[in-house]
Design a protein. Structure first.
Length: 148
């Protein structure tokens, strides 16, 4: 079994959800009372190479670079949180790292985990809507062969 086909761990799942979320969505999950924390690695912005595949299954090629901001925090209880966020939003990266640490400390099924699951449901619905809109514009081309 390769890493691409392996099941995601709960942490991998919530990290993906937080990476796709907007700053406002993450701030709503953190709430107005940001827990006390130490910033181990202040939000810093860099670039990563993005790879693509023709048709989703072809050979890999370098598509271009994307800007990413990362951050690492430690809560007062010792839980460490990490985040990577597309773009230059340092506040989003810090809040996402705080959420990662809080999610590790909370038991599965807690209110915070349920709130993240609700956000995932909203993201899935938005992705499905975008997919339906794209499918509605699909054009099938075919070729007629004369004299065959």
């Amino acid at each position: 079994m390769t890493a691409r086909t392996a099941e995601k761990t709960p942490r991998q799942r919530w990290m993906a959800i937080l990476a796709r979320a907007s700053r406002a969505e993450i701030a709503a999950l953190v709430g107005p009372d940001i827990p006390r924390h130490d910033v181990l690695k202040a939000p810093e912005t860099g670039t990563v190479m993005v790879e693509g595949r023709a048709g989703g299954a072809g050979r890999r090629f370098n598509l271009g670079e994307a800007t990413v901001t990362r951050c690492i925090v430690r809560l007062d209880d010792g839980a460490m949180g990490f985040s990577y966020a597309l773009g230059r939003d340092a506040r989003k990266a810090r809040l996402a790292a705080i959420l990662d640490a809080r999610l590790q400390a909370n038991a599965p099924g807690s209110a915070l985990h349920r709130a993240v699951d609700d956000l995932a449901t909203l993201q899935d619905a938005a992705r499905a809507l975008a997919s339906r809109k794209a499918a509605a514009t699909k054009v099938d081309f075919f070729t007629l062969v004369r004299g065959a």
